[in-house]
Design a protein around this ligand. Structure first.
Ligand code: ADP
Ligand code: ASP
Ligand code: MG
Length: 443
């Protein structure tokens, strides 16, 4: 069994949906197809929800009418037969009537979950009908029947696995299953979802639950490159990545693979392949538990980083200082990304600055605080096991002319990160790629 997930852009137009239908019906292996909503739909459903929260039923009704009109247009160009058009139009009208019914009453967060679930319900119904029109017999697996979160909001892996296996067994000879990404039920049986971009997570959970041979994440983005193609002229596609390398990079390119997607597949030891719908024959990037020795895979950058330094003579020989610093960030629910310490101070970075003023005020109780904004993390990912020598020196050498605010190495076996000014990003990426990808290291 293979699990294939197609994102919003891959099913964003009738033409794209037909391309995906052809792609998934080629070959005879068993497949579970996980679909996102057609691109833009989830955003519009969220906008409709905010209009409903504001009691603007007129605005909501006109946004609903516009979206309904768009879907009618899709139906018109997607299907050949009148029978398919009628069937899908009837389903779509039913969903949109339901959506309109929310304008009559006070709107609640629970209802918002129901509203945003429509995107995936529509795309999968349209897709299954398309496959049927093409002469196939797909089985619709309803995500709301088997995807469930527990009381902590985490996927209930045992429940998902036993329900899913039961459903697959009930259709033992079916080669093709279709299901909704993103949507699920919570521990109380209410409609819920796995947060924005959650369809990747669905695919990973399904792959792990049924012991799939491979999980494929299809998008229209041109795979994973060793560097940012906008900055570095010659970039090469990355063929293989370790799950840990992918986890480091997910922070920099969440649009390629959603970070939550990595863990279920890694633990179940199921490879994840990133593929491009625009170039279906390309090999893509394979993410697995295998490390490619002595290789640097990629250099990635993230802007809009803020660095905070707390310098305190009291830190000298004291214990509990770091705990106090971390507690302040925790109390404002602000994640820390990079951290470096010395005996007299600690520097760390955040990308969420919504509580920065409060955090700085609290930190000032423990020492002198300095803040640097408009910084950029540049991260080198590859086989950076500390027992190897060479890559650290080559990376440092590349940074020789670039003012570097922080350097972090040793947090994992596959990463070195540098904190620099945003204005130095392009030259840093160029210097690191020149030194690392063309560099031969002797072991
Ligand atoms: P695609 O293949 O186009 O990436 P997805 O279904 O993965 O399709 O993404 C659909 C939409 O969800 C996109 O518009 C994207 O902007 C949004 N999205 C994806 N990941 C995230 C995320 N981590 N946070 C917020 N939005 C996201
Ligand atoms: N449709 C949802 C979103 O736009 C989930 C997804 O596409 O992954 O966030
Ligand atoms: Mg995505």
């Amino acid at each position: 069994m293979k699990v294939l997930k197609f994102g919003g852009t891959s099913v964003g137009t009738p033409q794209r949906m037909c391309d995906v239908a052809r792609l998934v019906t080629a070959g005879s292996e068993r497949k579970i197809i996980v679909l996102s909503a057609m691109s833009g739909t989830t955003n519009v459903l969220i906008e409709i929800s905010s209009l409903l929260y504001n009691g603007d039923s007129k605005g909501a009704l006109s946004a609903i009418a516009a979206l309904h009109g768009k879907y009618k247009g899709h139906v018109d160009s997607l299907y050949r037969s009148e029978e398919s058009k009628e069937k899908v139009n009837a389903y779509i009208s039913e969903q949109f009537d339901y959506l309109r019914s929310f304008t009559k009453d006070v709107f609640t967060p629970h209802e918002e979950k129901v509203v945003v679930s429509f995107g995936e319900l529509l795309s999968t119904f349209m897709f299954v009908t398309l496959l049927e029109e093409m002469g196939h017999t797909p089985v619709m697996l309803r995500a709301l029947d088997f995807m469930r979160t527990d009381t902590h909001g985490e996927p209930d892996v045992d429940y998902i696995s036993s329900k899913l296996i039961h459903l697959l067994d009930a259709h033992g000879d079916s080669p093709l299953f279709v299901t909704q990404g993103f949507i699920c039920r919570n521990a109380y049986g209410e409609v819920d979802n796995l947060k924005r971009g959650g369809s990747d997570y669905t695919a990973s959970l399904i792959g792990a639950a049924c012991g799939a041979e491979e999980i494929q994440i299809w998008t229209d983005i041109d795979g994973m490159h060793d560097n940012d193609p906008r900055v570095v002229d010659e970039t090469a596609p990355v063929r293989n990545l370790h799950f840990d390398e992918a986890a480091e990079l997910a922070y920099f390119g969440a649009k390629i693979l959603h970070p939550t997607c990595i863990l279920p597949a890694k633990h179940a030891n199921i490879p994840v392949r990133l593929l491009n719908t625009m170039q279906p024959e390309a090999e893509g990037t394979l993410i697995s538990n295998r490390t490619e020795r002595h290789k640097i895979k990629a250099v990635a950058a993230k802007d809009n980083i803020t660095a905070i330094r707390i310098k305190s003579s009291r830190m000298l020989l004291a214990h509990g200082f770091l705990r106090k610093v971390f507690e302040i960030f925790e109390s404002y629910r602000t994640p820390i990304d990079m951290i470096c310490t010395s005996e007299v101070g600690v520097s760390l970075t955040v990308d969420d600055t919504s509580s920065l003023d409060e955090i700085v005020a609290d930190l000032q109780r423990y020492g002198a605080v300095t803040v640097n904004r408009d910084m950029c993390i540049v991260c080198v990912v590859g086989d950076l096991d500390w027992r190897n020598v060479g890559f650290e020196a080559a990376a440092m050498d590349a940074m020789r002319d670039i003012p570097t605010r922080m350097i972090s190495f040793g947090g994992s076996d596959c990463n070195i990160s540098f904190l620099i000014r945003e204005e130095d990003k392009a030259r840093t990426l160029r210097a690191l790629s020149a030194n690392l990808f063309n560099h031969t290291v002797k072991f």
